[in-house]
Ligand binder design. Structure first.
Ligand code: FAD
Ligand code: SF4
Length: 494
Protein backbone atom coordinates (compact mmCIF):
# COMPACT_ATOMS: atom_id res chain seq x y z
CA UNK A 1 0.00 0.00 0.00
CA UNK A 2 1.24 3.49 -0.82
CA UNK A 3 0.64 5.29 2.48
CA UNK A 4 -1.77 3.64 4.95
CA UNK A 5 -3.16 6.97 6.15
CA UNK A 6 -3.02 8.71 2.76
CA UNK A 7 -6.77 8.61 2.13
CA UNK A 8 -7.39 10.37 5.47
CA UNK A 9 -4.63 12.96 5.11
CA UNK A 10 -5.10 14.18 1.54
CA UNK A 11 -8.14 15.53 -0.29
CA UNK A 12 -8.75 14.63 -3.92
CA UNK A 13 -7.23 17.54 -5.83
CA UNK A 14 -7.01 17.89 -9.61
CA UNK A 15 -5.23 20.66 -11.51
CA UNK A 16 -7.79 23.34 -12.40
CA UNK A 17 -8.96 23.37 -16.02
CA UNK A 18 -7.84 26.38 -18.02
CA UNK A 19 -10.00 29.44 -17.43
CA UNK A 20 -13.06 29.34 -19.71
CA UNK A 21 -12.67 32.72 -21.44
CA UNK A 22 -9.02 31.98 -22.19
CA UNK A 23 -9.44 28.45 -23.44
CA UNK A 24 -12.31 29.18 -25.83
CA UNK A 25 -10.06 31.55 -27.74
CA UNK A 26 -7.80 28.69 -28.83
CA UNK A 27 -7.90 24.95 -29.57
CA UNK A 28 -5.35 23.88 -26.99
CA UNK A 29 -6.28 21.22 -24.42
CA UNK A 30 -8.65 22.60 -21.82
CA UNK A 31 -7.42 20.39 -18.98
CA UNK A 32 -4.86 21.93 -16.69
CA UNK A 33 -1.79 19.78 -16.18
CA UNK A 34 0.38 21.59 -13.68
CA UNK A 35 0.94 19.61 -10.49
CA UNK A 36 4.06 19.51 -8.33
CA UNK A 37 5.88 16.26 -7.63
CA UNK A 38 4.51 16.40 -4.07
CA UNK A 39 0.92 16.87 -5.31
CA UNK A 40 1.25 13.92 -7.68
CA UNK A 41 2.58 11.69 -4.95
CA UNK A 42 -0.06 12.78 -2.43
CA UNK A 43 -2.84 11.94 -4.89
CA UNK A 44 -1.33 8.50 -5.47
CA UNK A 45 -1.04 8.09 -1.68
CA UNK A 46 -4.85 8.26 -1.39
CA UNK A 47 -5.01 4.78 -2.97
CA UNK A 48 -5.51 2.21 -0.21
CA UNK A 49 -4.51 -0.85 -2.30
CA UNK A 50 -7.74 -2.42 -1.04
CA UNK A 51 -7.90 -6.21 -0.91
CA UNK A 52 -10.39 -6.31 -3.77
CA UNK A 53 -9.57 -3.38 -6.05
CA UNK A 54 -12.88 -2.90 -7.86
CA UNK A 55 -11.20 -0.05 -9.80
CA UNK A 56 -9.33 -2.48 -12.04
CA UNK A 57 -11.99 -5.18 -12.27
CA UNK A 58 -13.82 -4.19 -15.48
CA UNK A 59 -16.97 -6.15 -14.51
CA UNK A 60 -20.23 -5.63 -16.39
CA UNK A 61 -23.36 -4.79 -14.39
CA UNK A 62 -26.52 -4.63 -16.51
CA UNK A 63 -24.42 -3.89 -19.58
CA UNK A 64 -22.44 -1.01 -18.04
CA UNK A 65 -18.83 -1.50 -17.00
CA UNK A 66 -17.64 -1.05 -13.44
CA UNK A 67 -13.89 -0.59 -13.13
CA UNK A 68 -11.23 -0.39 -15.81
CA UNK A 69 -12.02 -2.41 -18.96
CA UNK A 70 -8.32 -3.08 -19.63
CA UNK A 71 -7.68 -4.03 -15.99
CA UNK A 72 -5.01 -1.41 -15.42
CA UNK A 73 -2.94 -2.31 -12.34
CA UNK A 74 -4.06 0.84 -10.57
CA UNK A 75 -3.05 0.17 -6.95
CA UNK A 76 0.38 -1.02 -8.11
CA UNK A 77 1.24 2.09 -10.09
CA UNK A 78 -0.22 4.37 -7.45
CA UNK A 79 2.08 2.75 -4.90
CA UNK A 80 5.09 3.26 -7.19
CA UNK A 81 4.21 6.91 -7.81
CA UNK A 82 3.89 7.53 -4.10
CA UNK A 83 7.39 6.10 -3.68
CA UNK A 84 8.69 8.31 -6.51
CA UNK A 85 9.50 5.26 -8.69
CA UNK A 86 7.95 6.77 -11.82
CA UNK A 87 9.76 4.66 -14.39
CA UNK A 88 8.59 1.44 -12.78
CA UNK A 89 5.08 2.88 -12.56
CA UNK A 90 5.25 3.48 -16.31
CA UNK A 91 6.39 -0.09 -16.94
CA UNK A 92 3.42 -1.39 -14.91
CA UNK A 93 1.02 0.89 -16.76
CA UNK A 94 2.30 -0.24 -20.16
CA UNK A 95 1.69 -3.88 -19.26
CA UNK A 96 -2.05 -3.35 -19.74
CA UNK A 97 -2.46 -0.13 -21.74
CA UNK A 98 -0.77 0.65 -25.06
CA UNK A 99 -1.90 4.27 -25.07
CA UNK A 100 -2.32 5.76 -21.57
CA UNK A 101 -1.86 9.25 -23.05
CA UNK A 102 -5.23 8.79 -24.84
CA UNK A 103 -7.19 7.24 -21.97
CA UNK A 104 -5.59 9.61 -19.45
CA UNK A 105 -7.13 12.44 -21.48
CA UNK A 106 -10.48 11.17 -22.74
CA UNK A 107 -11.55 8.11 -20.75
CA UNK A 108 -14.74 8.66 -18.71
CA UNK A 109 -12.90 6.73 -15.98
CA UNK A 110 -15.22 3.92 -14.92
CA UNK A 111 -12.33 3.00 -12.57
CA UNK A 112 -13.13 6.05 -10.46
CA UNK A 113 -16.83 5.16 -10.22
CA UNK A 114 -15.74 1.80 -8.77
CA UNK A 115 -13.02 3.13 -6.42
CA UNK A 116 -13.60 1.80 -2.89
CA UNK A 117 -13.64 5.37 -1.57
CA UNK A 118 -17.07 5.59 -3.18
CA UNK A 119 -18.43 2.93 -0.81
CA UNK A 120 -17.81 5.44 1.99
CA UNK A 121 -19.12 8.41 0.01
CA UNK A 122 -15.59 9.78 -0.24
CA UNK A 123 -14.21 11.29 -3.49
CA UNK A 124 -12.48 8.65 -5.60
CA UNK A 125 -8.73 8.42 -6.01
CA UNK A 126 -7.76 10.64 -8.99
CA UNK A 127 -6.91 7.54 -11.03
CA UNK A 128 -7.25 9.04 -14.50
CA UNK A 129 -5.04 11.98 -13.58
CA UNK A 130 -2.48 9.63 -12.01
CA UNK A 131 -2.42 7.60 -15.23
CA UNK A 132 -1.87 10.73 -17.31
CA UNK A 133 0.87 11.97 -14.98
CA UNK A 134 2.78 8.71 -15.38
CA UNK A 135 2.65 8.57 -19.17
CA UNK A 136 3.25 12.31 -19.68
CA UNK A 137 6.27 12.03 -17.40
CA UNK A 138 7.48 9.05 -19.45
CA UNK A 139 7.30 11.06 -22.68
CA UNK A 140 8.95 14.08 -21.07
CA UNK A 141 11.82 12.05 -19.64
CA UNK A 142 12.39 10.29 -22.98
CA UNK A 143 11.55 6.87 -21.53
CA UNK A 144 9.41 5.98 -24.55
CA UNK A 145 11.92 5.08 -27.22
CA UNK A 146 11.36 2.84 -30.27
CA UNK A 147 11.86 -0.82 -29.38
CA UNK A 148 11.40 -2.80 -32.61
CA UNK A 149 11.09 -6.56 -32.20
CA UNK A 150 14.39 -8.45 -32.18
CA UNK A 151 13.12 -10.99 -34.73
CA UNK A 152 10.45 -11.02 -37.42
CA UNK A 153 8.05 -13.96 -37.74
CA UNK A 154 7.68 -13.75 -41.51
CA UNK A 155 3.89 -13.38 -41.14
CA UNK A 156 2.03 -10.40 -42.58
CA UNK A 157 -1.07 -8.85 -41.04
CA UNK A 158 -3.32 -6.14 -42.53
CA UNK A 159 -5.36 -3.97 -40.21
CA UNK A 160 -8.25 -2.02 -41.71
CA UNK A 161 -8.78 1.16 -39.71
CA UNK A 162 -6.35 3.16 -37.58
CA UNK A 163 -8.47 4.12 -34.57
CA UNK A 164 -7.50 2.96 -31.08
CA UNK A 165 -8.61 -0.64 -31.80
CA UNK A 166 -6.51 -0.93 -34.97
CA UNK A 167 -3.56 0.81 -33.34
CA UNK A 168 -3.60 -1.36 -30.21
CA UNK A 169 -3.86 -4.48 -32.35
CA UNK A 170 -1.01 -3.31 -34.59
CA UNK A 171 1.19 -2.46 -31.61
CA UNK A 172 0.72 -5.86 -30.01
CA UNK A 173 1.24 -7.84 -33.23
CA UNK A 174 4.31 -5.81 -34.16
CA UNK A 175 5.83 -6.43 -30.74
CA UNK A 176 5.75 -10.20 -31.35
CA UNK A 177 7.42 -9.82 -34.72
CA UNK A 178 4.63 -9.86 -37.32
CA UNK A 179 4.83 -7.39 -40.18
CA UNK A 180 1.82 -5.14 -39.73
CA UNK A 181 0.32 -2.70 -42.22
CA UNK A 182 -2.50 -0.42 -41.11
CA UNK A 183 -4.80 0.83 -43.89
CA UNK A 184 -6.76 4.04 -43.31
CA UNK A 185 -9.22 5.72 -45.65
CA UNK A 186 -8.72 9.20 -44.16
CA UNK A 187 -5.71 11.27 -45.20
CA UNK A 188 -4.05 10.69 -41.80
CA UNK A 189 -4.15 7.75 -39.40
CA UNK A 190 -5.68 7.92 -35.91
CA UNK A 191 -9.39 7.23 -36.51
CA UNK A 192 -11.65 9.15 -34.16
CA UNK A 193 -8.61 10.07 -32.09
CA UNK A 194 -7.60 12.26 -35.04
CA UNK A 195 -10.80 13.40 -36.78
CA UNK A 196 -13.52 12.82 -34.16
CA UNK A 197 -12.39 13.92 -30.70
CA UNK A 198 -11.48 17.63 -30.99
CA UNK A 199 -8.05 19.04 -30.27
CA UNK A 200 -9.05 20.75 -27.01
CA UNK A 201 -9.80 17.31 -25.58
CA UNK A 202 -6.96 15.39 -27.22
CA UNK A 203 -4.12 17.32 -28.82
CA UNK A 204 -3.37 15.94 -32.28
CA UNK A 205 0.35 16.23 -31.53
CA UNK A 206 -0.20 13.61 -28.83
CA UNK A 207 -1.72 11.26 -31.43
CA UNK A 208 0.99 11.98 -34.02
CA UNK A 209 3.75 11.39 -31.48
CA UNK A 210 2.42 7.89 -30.79
CA UNK A 211 2.00 7.14 -34.49
CA UNK A 212 5.61 8.18 -35.11
CA UNK A 213 6.82 5.86 -32.34
CA UNK A 214 4.88 2.94 -33.80
CA UNK A 215 6.26 3.70 -37.25
CA UNK A 216 9.79 3.76 -35.85
CA UNK A 217 9.11 0.35 -34.34
CA UNK A 218 8.19 -1.02 -37.75
CA UNK A 219 4.40 -0.61 -38.16
CA UNK A 220 3.51 0.52 -41.71
CA UNK A 221 0.71 3.05 -42.23
CA UNK A 222 -1.04 3.48 -45.58
CA UNK A 223 -3.48 6.40 -45.52
CA UNK A 224 -6.01 7.62 -48.06
CA UNK A 225 -6.93 4.05 -49.01
CA UNK A 226 -10.44 2.69 -48.62
CA UNK A 227 -10.26 -1.08 -48.30
CA UNK A 228 -13.04 -2.68 -50.32
CA UNK A 229 -12.96 0.20 -52.82
CA UNK A 230 -9.45 1.56 -53.52
CA UNK A 231 -7.90 -1.75 -52.51
CA UNK A 232 -10.15 -4.78 -53.10
CA UNK A 233 -10.61 -7.12 -50.13
CA UNK A 234 -9.39 -10.07 -52.20
CA UNK A 235 -6.09 -8.30 -52.88
CA UNK A 236 -5.58 -7.61 -49.18
CA UNK A 237 -6.34 -11.22 -48.29
CA UNK A 238 -3.93 -12.50 -50.92
CA UNK A 239 -1.10 -10.28 -49.69
CA UNK A 240 -1.48 -11.02 -45.95
CA UNK A 241 -1.69 -14.03 -43.64
CA UNK A 242 -4.46 -12.43 -41.57
CA UNK A 243 -6.72 -9.37 -41.73
CA UNK A 244 -8.22 -7.46 -38.80
CA UNK A 245 -11.27 -5.28 -39.44
CA UNK A 246 -11.13 -2.25 -37.12
CA UNK A 247 -13.11 0.21 -39.23
CA UNK A 248 -15.18 1.74 -36.41
CA UNK A 249 -18.92 2.41 -36.39
CA UNK A 250 -19.20 5.49 -38.52
CA UNK A 251 -22.74 5.10 -39.91
CA UNK A 252 -24.62 7.94 -38.17
CA UNK A 253 -28.20 7.68 -36.89
CA UNK A 254 -30.28 10.11 -38.95
CA UNK A 255 -33.33 12.20 -38.05
CA UNK A 256 -35.71 11.99 -41.03
CA UNK A 257 -38.06 14.82 -40.10
CA UNK A 258 -39.45 17.54 -42.42
CA UNK A 259 -36.69 19.88 -43.65
CA UNK A 260 -33.91 17.31 -43.16
CA UNK A 261 -32.47 18.20 -46.58
CA UNK A 262 -32.08 21.86 -45.68
CA UNK A 263 -28.61 23.32 -46.14
CA UNK A 264 -27.06 23.74 -42.72
CA UNK A 265 -28.25 20.40 -41.29
CA UNK A 266 -25.22 18.16 -40.86
CA UNK A 267 -24.08 15.06 -39.05
CA UNK A 268 -21.85 15.84 -36.07
CA UNK A 269 -18.84 14.04 -37.51
CA UNK A 270 -18.98 16.03 -40.77
CA UNK A 271 -18.73 19.17 -38.66
CA UNK A 272 -16.09 17.89 -36.21
CA UNK A 273 -13.98 16.40 -39.00
CA UNK A 274 -14.05 19.63 -40.98
CA UNK A 275 -13.22 21.60 -37.85
CA UNK A 276 -10.12 19.48 -37.09
CA UNK A 277 -9.03 19.53 -40.74
CA UNK A 278 -9.21 23.32 -40.66
CA UNK A 279 -7.20 23.36 -37.45
CA UNK A 280 -4.55 20.98 -38.81
CA UNK A 281 -4.18 22.76 -42.14
CA UNK A 282 -4.28 26.26 -40.65
CA UNK A 283 -6.94 27.57 -43.08
CA UNK A 284 -9.02 30.32 -41.45
CA UNK A 285 -12.54 28.87 -41.89
CA UNK A 286 -13.84 25.31 -41.63
CA UNK A 287 -15.95 23.95 -44.53
CA UNK A 288 -18.91 23.79 -42.17
CA UNK A 289 -18.64 26.82 -39.93
CA UNK A 290 -20.59 27.89 -36.84
CA UNK A 291 -19.26 31.46 -36.97
CA UNK A 292 -21.99 33.99 -36.17
CA UNK A 293 -24.72 31.32 -36.21
CA UNK A 294 -27.31 30.03 -33.80
CA UNK A 295 -26.36 26.38 -33.45
CA UNK A 296 -28.65 23.55 -32.36
CA UNK A 297 -26.99 20.27 -31.44
CA UNK A 298 -29.33 17.28 -31.39
CA UNK A 299 -27.98 14.73 -28.90
CA UNK A 300 -26.76 15.12 -25.34
CA UNK A 301 -23.80 12.71 -25.39
CA UNK A 302 -20.04 13.21 -25.73
CA UNK A 303 -20.23 13.84 -29.46
CA UNK A 304 -22.87 16.51 -28.88
CA UNK A 305 -20.69 18.12 -26.22
CA UNK A 306 -17.75 18.21 -28.62
CA UNK A 307 -20.03 19.98 -31.13
CA UNK A 308 -20.92 22.55 -28.45
CA UNK A 309 -17.25 23.18 -27.56
CA UNK A 310 -16.21 23.37 -31.23
CA UNK A 311 -19.09 25.73 -32.15
CA UNK A 312 -18.07 28.05 -29.34
CA UNK A 313 -14.46 28.11 -30.51
CA UNK A 314 -15.62 28.87 -34.04
CA UNK A 315 -17.53 31.89 -32.71
CA UNK A 316 -21.20 30.84 -32.79
CA UNK A 317 -23.86 33.34 -31.68
CA UNK A 318 -25.70 30.85 -29.47
CA UNK A 319 -25.77 27.11 -28.88
CA UNK A 320 -28.55 24.83 -27.67
CA UNK A 321 -28.19 21.09 -27.03
CA UNK A 322 -31.30 18.91 -27.21
CA UNK A 323 -31.57 15.72 -25.16
CA UNK A 324 -34.58 13.43 -25.41
CA UNK A 325 -33.85 11.69 -22.10
CA UNK A 326 -34.61 13.21 -18.71
CA UNK A 327 -32.13 15.14 -16.61
CA UNK A 328 -30.10 12.62 -14.56
CA UNK A 329 -29.94 13.03 -10.77
CA UNK A 330 -27.09 15.02 -9.19
CA UNK A 331 -26.05 12.03 -7.06
CA UNK A 332 -26.42 8.26 -7.30
CA UNK A 333 -30.02 6.98 -7.23
CA UNK A 334 -30.97 4.10 -4.90
CA UNK A 335 -30.95 1.61 -7.78
CA UNK A 336 -27.49 2.74 -8.94
CA UNK A 337 -25.20 1.97 -5.98
CA UNK A 338 -21.40 1.82 -5.83
CA UNK A 339 -19.44 0.22 -7.58
CA UNK A 340 -21.68 0.57 -10.63
CA UNK A 341 -21.08 3.24 -13.22
CA UNK A 342 -22.68 6.36 -11.67
CA UNK A 343 -25.63 7.49 -13.83
CA UNK A 344 -25.51 11.09 -12.67
CA UNK A 345 -25.65 14.53 -14.25
CA UNK A 346 -22.26 15.44 -15.67
CA UNK A 347 -21.44 18.94 -16.76
CA UNK A 348 -18.66 18.62 -19.29
CA UNK A 349 -16.36 21.27 -20.71
CA UNK A 350 -18.72 22.31 -23.53
CA UNK A 351 -21.67 22.92 -21.22
CA UNK A 352 -19.45 24.77 -18.77
CA UNK A 353 -18.21 27.04 -21.56
CA UNK A 354 -21.71 27.69 -22.93
CA UNK A 355 -23.00 28.52 -19.43
CA UNK A 356 -20.15 30.95 -18.90
CA UNK A 357 -20.67 32.67 -22.26
CA UNK A 358 -24.44 32.69 -22.61
CA UNK A 359 -25.52 32.49 -18.98
CA UNK A 360 -27.15 29.04 -18.91
CA UNK A 361 -26.43 25.36 -19.42
CA UNK A 362 -27.14 24.77 -23.15
CA UNK A 363 -28.97 21.48 -22.55
CA UNK A 364 -32.71 21.11 -22.83
CA UNK A 365 -33.84 17.76 -21.43
CA UNK A 366 -36.94 15.78 -22.43
CA UNK A 367 -37.27 17.48 -25.81
CA UNK A 368 -37.13 16.31 -29.40
CA UNK A 369 -36.92 18.01 -32.80
CA UNK A 370 -40.09 17.83 -34.93
CA UNK A 371 -39.04 19.75 -38.06
CA UNK A 372 -36.40 22.03 -39.52
CA UNK A 373 -37.74 25.42 -40.66
CA UNK A 374 -36.63 27.35 -43.75
CA UNK A 375 -36.88 31.09 -44.43
CA UNK A 376 -38.35 32.43 -47.70
CA UNK A 377 -34.90 32.17 -49.32
CA UNK A 378 -34.87 28.44 -48.44
CA UNK A 379 -32.11 28.92 -45.87
CA UNK A 380 -32.25 27.11 -42.54
CA UNK A 381 -33.92 29.37 -39.99
CA UNK A 382 -34.93 27.25 -37.01
CA UNK A 383 -35.82 23.97 -35.37
CA UNK A 384 -39.28 23.23 -34.07
CA UNK A 385 -39.05 21.25 -30.86
CA UNK A 386 -41.56 19.65 -28.54
CA UNK A 387 -41.43 18.35 -24.97
CA UNK A 388 -41.69 14.59 -24.46
CA UNK A 389 -42.51 12.18 -21.68
CA UNK A 390 -41.50 8.52 -21.37
CA UNK A 391 -44.25 5.92 -20.91
CA UNK A 392 -44.11 2.14 -20.69
CA UNK A 393 -46.03 0.00 -23.20
CA UNK A 394 -47.64 -3.40 -22.54
CA UNK A 395 -44.34 -5.15 -23.48
CA UNK A 396 -42.46 -3.22 -20.79
CA UNK A 397 -40.64 -0.98 -23.27
CA UNK A 398 -40.27 2.73 -22.58
CA UNK A 399 -41.47 4.91 -25.46
CA UNK A 400 -41.32 8.69 -25.86
CA UNK A 401 -44.58 10.62 -26.38
CA UNK A 402 -44.79 14.22 -27.57
CA UNK A 403 -46.64 16.49 -25.14
CA UNK A 404 -49.43 18.48 -26.83
CA UNK A 405 -49.23 22.27 -26.69
CA UNK A 406 -45.45 22.39 -26.06
CA UNK A 407 -44.28 22.94 -29.63
CA UNK A 408 -42.04 25.99 -30.24
CA UNK A 409 -39.37 27.04 -32.74
CA UNK A 410 -35.84 28.03 -31.77
CA UNK A 411 -33.60 29.92 -34.21
CA UNK A 412 -30.89 27.91 -35.96
CA UNK A 413 -28.71 28.45 -39.03
CA UNK A 414 -26.64 25.36 -38.23
CA UNK A 415 -27.97 22.04 -36.91
CA UNK A 416 -25.67 19.21 -35.89
CA UNK A 417 -27.12 15.71 -35.54
CA UNK A 418 -25.24 13.82 -32.82
CA UNK A 419 -27.64 10.95 -32.17
CA UNK A 420 -25.17 8.09 -32.13
CA UNK A 421 -24.02 5.55 -34.67
CA UNK A 422 -25.61 2.49 -36.20
CA UNK A 423 -22.56 0.34 -36.94
CA UNK A 424 -19.87 0.05 -39.60
CA UNK A 425 -20.27 0.99 -43.25
CA UNK A 426 -21.87 -2.03 -44.98
CA UNK A 427 -19.36 -1.87 -47.86
CA UNK A 428 -16.55 -3.03 -45.59
CA UNK A 429 -18.49 -6.10 -44.45
CA UNK A 430 -19.75 -7.03 -47.90
CA UNK A 431 -16.32 -6.65 -49.51
CA UNK A 432 -14.94 -9.35 -47.20
CA UNK A 433 -18.19 -11.30 -47.15
CA UNK A 434 -18.26 -11.34 -43.33
CA UNK A 435 -21.55 -11.88 -41.53
CA UNK A 436 -23.21 -9.08 -39.55
CA UNK A 437 -24.89 -9.53 -36.18
CA UNK A 438 -28.43 -8.41 -35.31
CA UNK A 439 -27.24 -4.82 -34.79
CA UNK A 440 -25.43 -4.70 -38.17
CA UNK A 441 -21.98 -4.88 -36.55
CA UNK A 442 -19.38 -7.41 -37.68
CA UNK A 443 -20.30 -10.77 -36.14
CA UNK A 444 -17.36 -12.05 -34.07
CA UNK A 445 -17.48 -13.43 -30.55
CA UNK A 446 -15.82 -11.31 -27.86
CA UNK A 447 -12.67 -13.14 -26.74
CA UNK A 448 -12.24 -14.93 -30.09
CA UNK A 449 -12.74 -12.02 -32.49
CA UNK A 450 -12.85 -14.37 -35.51
CA UNK A 451 -15.41 -13.44 -38.17
CA UNK A 452 -17.29 -15.87 -40.39
CA UNK A 453 -14.41 -15.68 -42.91
CA UNK A 454 -11.26 -17.68 -42.12
CA UNK A 455 -8.28 -15.47 -41.30
CA UNK A 456 -10.42 -12.33 -40.90
CA UNK A 457 -10.85 -10.92 -37.39
CA UNK A 458 -12.75 -7.89 -36.08
CA UNK A 459 -12.16 -5.53 -33.14
CA UNK A 460 -13.41 -2.24 -31.72
CA UNK A 461 -16.53 -0.27 -32.56
CA UNK A 462 -17.13 -2.18 -35.82
CA UNK A 463 -17.63 -5.31 -33.68
CA UNK A 464 -19.16 -4.01 -30.44
CA UNK A 465 -20.93 -0.88 -31.72
CA UNK A 466 -20.05 2.67 -30.79
CA UNK A 467 -18.24 2.65 -27.49
CA UNK A 468 -15.16 4.09 -25.81
CA UNK A 469 -11.46 4.43 -26.53
CA UNK A 470 -10.63 2.16 -23.61
CA UNK A 471 -12.86 -0.62 -24.98
CA UNK A 472 -11.30 -0.22 -28.43
CA UNK A 473 -7.85 -0.67 -26.88
CA UNK A 474 -9.10 -3.73 -24.99
CA UNK A 475 -10.51 -5.29 -28.16
CA UNK A 476 -7.44 -4.46 -30.24
CA UNK A 477 -5.16 -6.12 -27.69
CA UNK A 478 -7.27 -9.23 -27.31
CA UNK A 479 -7.85 -9.59 -31.06
CA UNK A 480 -4.06 -9.41 -31.53
CA UNK A 481 -3.69 -12.32 -29.12
CA UNK A 482 -6.15 -14.40 -31.18
CA UNK A 483 -4.50 -13.45 -34.48
CA UNK A 484 -1.11 -14.44 -33.08
CA UNK A 485 -2.53 -17.75 -31.86
CA UNK A 486 -4.07 -18.37 -35.28
CA UNK A 487 -0.83 -17.57 -37.10
CA UNK A 488 1.61 -19.35 -34.78
CA UNK A 489 -0.52 -22.04 -33.07
CA UNK A 490 0.33 -20.55 -29.68
CA UNK A 491 0.68 -17.07 -28.18
CA UNK A 492 2.40 -15.23 -25.37
CA UNK A 493 0.28 -12.11 -25.83
CA UNK A 494 -2.05 -11.20 -22.91
C1 FAD B 1 -17.03 12.97 -31.56
C2 FAD B 1 -16.67 11.79 -30.73
C3 FAD B 1 -16.12 11.99 -29.48
C4 FAD B 1 -15.77 10.91 -28.70
N1 FAD B 1 -15.23 11.15 -27.47
C5 FAD B 1 -14.83 10.10 -26.72
C6 FAD B 1 -14.23 10.32 -25.45
O1 FAD B 1 -14.10 11.46 -25.00
N2 FAD B 1 -13.82 9.25 -24.75
C7 FAD B 1 -13.94 7.97 -25.22
O2 FAD B 1 -13.50 7.03 -24.56
N3 FAD B 1 -14.53 7.73 -26.41
C8 FAD B 1 -14.97 8.76 -27.17
N4 FAD B 1 -15.57 8.53 -28.39
C9 FAD B 1 -15.69 7.13 -28.85
C10 FAD B 1 -14.34 6.62 -29.38
O3 FAD B 1 -13.70 7.60 -30.16
C11 FAD B 1 -14.54 5.34 -30.20
O4 FAD B 1 -15.22 4.40 -29.39
C12 FAD B 1 -13.22 4.74 -30.65
O5 FAD B 1 -12.47 5.67 -31.41
C13 FAD B 1 -13.45 3.48 -31.49
O6 FAD B 1 -12.23 3.02 -31.97
P1 FAD B 1 -12.13 2.12 -33.27
O7 FAD B 1 -10.67 1.92 -33.46
O8 FAD B 1 -12.99 0.93 -33.14
O9 FAD B 1 -12.74 2.98 -34.47
P2 FAD B 1 -12.46 4.44 -35.02
O10 FAD B 1 -11.75 5.30 -34.05
O11 FAD B 1 -13.78 4.91 -35.52
O12 FAD B 1 -11.48 4.21 -36.25
C14 FAD B 1 -11.88 3.48 -37.37
C15 FAD B 1 -11.09 3.95 -38.56
O13 FAD B 1 -11.31 3.04 -39.63
C16 FAD B 1 -11.32 3.75 -40.84
N5 FAD B 1 -12.00 2.95 -41.86
C17 FAD B 1 -13.29 2.56 -41.88
N6 FAD B 1 -13.55 1.83 -42.97
C18 FAD B 1 -12.38 1.75 -43.66
C19 FAD B 1 -12.02 1.14 -44.89
N7 FAD B 1 -12.89 0.47 -45.62
N8 FAD B 1 -10.73 1.25 -45.30
C20 FAD B 1 -9.82 1.94 -44.58
N9 FAD B 1 -10.12 2.54 -43.41
C21 FAD B 1 -11.39 2.45 -42.95
C22 FAD B 1 -12.06 5.01 -40.48
O14 FAD B 1 -11.77 6.05 -41.40
C23 FAD B 1 -11.52 5.30 -39.09
O15 FAD B 1 -10.40 6.15 -39.15
C24 FAD B 1 -15.96 9.59 -29.17
C25 FAD B 1 -16.54 9.38 -30.42
C26 FAD B 1 -16.90 10.46 -31.20
C27 FAD B 1 -17.54 10.23 -32.52
S1 SF4 C 1 -8.13 3.48 -18.86
FE1 SF4 C 1 -9.94 4.60 -18.11
S2 SF4 C 1 -10.90 3.14 -16.70
FE2 SF4 C 1 -8.79 2.40 -17.03
S3 SF4 C 1 -7.57 3.34 -15.37
FE3 SF4 C 1 -7.44 4.73 -17.14
S4 SF4 C 1 -9.08 6.24 -16.79
FE4 SF4 C 1 -9.52 4.46 -15.49
Amino acid sequence: MAKPSGFMEYERVLPADREVRTRISDWKEFHGSASTEEEHRNQAARCMDCGTPFCHSGILYEGAVSGCPINNLIPEWNDLVWRGRWKEALERLRLTNNFPEFTGRVCPAPCEGACTMGSMDMPAVAIKHDELSIIDRGWKEGWLQPTPPARRSGKKVAIVGSGPAGLACADQLNQVGHEVTVYERAERPGGLLMFGIPNMKLDKEVVSRRLALMEAEGVHFVSGVEVGTTVPAAELLARHDAVVLAGGASKPRDLPIPGRDAPGVHFALEFLGSSTRRFLSGVPEATISARGKDVVVIGGGDTGTDCVGSSIRQGCRSVTQLEIMGRPPEGRAQDNPWPRWPRILRTDYGQEEAASLYGADPRLFLVTAKSFELDPKKALAGVTIVDVEWVGDDKGRMLSRNLPGTSRTIPAQLVLIAMGFLGPQEALLSSFGVEADGRSNVKAEYGKFATSVKGVFAAGDCRRGQSLVVWAIDEGRKAAREVDRWLMGTTMLP
